[in-house]
Design a binder for this molecule. Structure first.
Ligand SMILES: *Cc1c(COP(=O)(O)O)cnc(C)c1O
Length: 390
C-alpha cells in the first residue's frame, strides 16, 4: 500500500459521515442495538462490532487501520500511552516462571516493569548488550519467552540486528517485541523484518505537536485479537476518540515533518561537530557511529534525535549552557514541532557528577521544525555564555 494512500485515504469512508473531508470524532462511550440478536452477537465477540468505547470506537478504528498499514502489520491496537502498549505486549506473552531477555537500556518504564512489577509474578529478566547476537544466544534459557528490543534506543542509539534476532527467536519459539519509537514505521518496519510485535510511543512523531500521549502496538491478527480480548480490555487504557483524531491529523504531515527534521538535524550536526566545546556527536547515520552499516541497512532514516558530549569540567558549566538557551526548551519527549534538550546531569544528584565520565556530559537534543539557523543561533549564543569556563 502506498504511503500517501495510507495517510490520506485508507480507513476513511465519507459516505458514513456527510462526506465530511475530516473524519468525525465519535465521542460516545456506548453504541445502541436494534435487536436482541445483534446485541447477543456483540456480547459473543466484542472485537466484531461497536459496543463500548473501551473496546472499539469508529474514530479510533480509522486510526488503527492507518497505523497497522504503516507498520506493514495485519492489525494494531492504539493505547492511551506508549507505556501501556509496552505493558500489554509483555504481559500478554509471559506467565509465572517465564524469563525475558531484554536489551540493557530499555525505556525507563519498560525497565521498571521488568525490575519491579514482573518479579512479583515470578517473571525474571536478563539484560544483554543488544548489539551482540552472541549475548542473546548466551542469555537464552529453556523458559525464555520474550526478547524485548529497542532499536535504536535513545541517548546512545545502540541497534539490534532485527532480522538476526527474529531468526534466533523463531528457532526457540520466543516472541520478539520491539520498541520502534525512534524511527517510526516510516523509517523502520520491524514486523516486515520478522519481529512479532512492534510498538511505538505515538506521543512522539505520530502526534507530532506535543499535545497528545498515545502508544501503538502492531502484529499479526491472531496476536492482536488475543491481546484485545484480554489485556487491552482489562487494562482499559485504549486511546480516547479525541486523541485518536489528533493522531489522524498528525499522520497527514508525518513524512514531511520527518524529512524536515532529517535535513535540519544534518545541518545542526555539522555545526556541532566543528565546535570546540563539542567532544563528540552520537547519531546512527554518522559514519563514525559503531553500527553505521547496520543502521543504513535496516533504517530508512534517522530523523531528529541526537546526543552530543559537551566539553566541561564542572557541572555548573553545563547548567549555565542549558539555562542560557532561549528557544530550545529543556523538556522530555521528542517528535513535536519544538526543539528540546535534556542534559544527562539533570538525572543525577549534583555531587554525583564526574566530568571524567563521558555519559555525565551527554546532552540529548531533538531538532524540531524550526529553521536550522534558528536552532544553531540559540546553541551558539549559549556556547558563548560558557566561553572561558571549564
Ligand atoms: C516516550 C517513550 C515511550 C513511552 O511512551 P509514552 O507515550 O510516553 O507512554 C516508550 N519508549 C520510548 C523509546 C520512548 O521514547
Amino acid at each position: 500500500m502506498e504511503l500517501s494512500y495510507i495517510l490520506n485515504e485508507y480507513g476513511e469512508d465519507r459516505e458514513q459521515y456527510f462526506r465530511a473531508v475530516a473524519p468525525p470524532i465519535i465521542q460516545s462511550s456506548n453504541f445502541a442495538f436494534a435487536t436482541v440478536e445483534e446485541m447477543r452477537k456483540a456480547f459473543e465477540d466484542e472485537y466484531s462490532t461497536w459496543l463500548y468505547s473501551r473496546g472499539l470506537n469508529p474514530t479510533v478504528e480509522i486510526l488503527r487501520k492507518k497505523l497497522a498499514a504503516l507498520d506493514g502489520a495485519e492489525d494494531c491496537l492504539v493505547f492511551n500511552s506508549g507505556a501501556a502498549a509496552i505493558f500489554a505486549a509483555v504481559l500478554a506473552n509471559v506467565k509465572s516462571g517465564d524469563h525475558i531477555v531484554s536489551v540493557r537500556n530499555p525505556y525507563t518504564w519498560a525497565r521498571k516493569m521488568f525490575d519491579e512489577i514482573l518479579p512479583r509474578f515470578n517473571v525474571t529478566t536478563t539484560y544483554v548488550d543488544g548489539t551482540s547476537m552472541l549475548a542473546f544466544e548466551q542469555a537464552t534459557q529453556l523458559n525464555t519467552r520474550v526478547y524485548y528490543l529497542e532499536t535504536p534506543n535513545s541517548w546512545t542509539y545502540e541497534l539490534q540486528n532485527l532480522k538476526a534476532v527474529a531468526r534466533l527467536a523463531k528457532q526457540h519459539s520466543i516472541i520478539t517485541i520491539c520498541d520502534n519509537s525512534y524511527c517510526t514505521p516510516v523509517y523502520q518496519k520491524p514486523v516486515e523484518m520478522g519481529i512479532d510485535l512492534s510498538l511505538q510511543s505515538a506521543t512522539k512523531y505520530i502526534g507530532g505537536h506535543s499535545d497528545t500521549v498515545a502508544g501503538v502496538l502492531s502484529g499479526s491478527s491472531k496476536m492482536i485479537t488475543r491481546i484485545f480480548n484480554s489485556e487491552y480490555m482489562n487494562i482499559g487504557s485504549g486511546i480516547q476518540p479525541f486523541n485518536a483524531w489528533l493522531l489522524i491529523r498528525g499522520l497527514r504531515t508525518l513524512p514531511m515533518r520527518l524529512e524536515r527534521c532529517t535535513q535540519t538535524t544534518r545541518t545542526v550536526i555539522d555545526y556541532l561537530k566543528q565546535h570546540k566545546r563539542v567532544e563528540k556527536v552520537i547519531f546512527p547515520f554518522e559514519e563514525d557511529f559503531p553500527q553505521y552499516e547496520l543502521a543504513k541497512q535496516q533504517m530508512q532514516g534517522a530523523c531528529g534525535l541526537l546526543t552530543f558530549v559537551i566539553r566541561a569540567t564542572k557541572v555548573v558549566t553545563i547548567e549555565k549552557f542549558c539555562n542560557s538557551l532561549k528557544h530550545i526548551l529543556m523538556a522530555v519527549s521528542w517528535g513535536g514541532y519544538e526543539s528540546l534538550i535534556i542534559p544527562r546531569c539533570s538525572g543525577m544528584p549534583v555531587d554525583a557528577f564526574d566530568a571524567g565520565n563521558v555519559e555525565h556530559r551527554m546532552m540529548r537534543l531533538y531538532c524540531g521544525l524550526e529553521d536550522a539557523h534558528y536552532i544553531i543561533a540559540d546553541l551558539e549564543q549559549a556556547f558563548v555564555q560558557i566561553e572561558g569556563l571549564e
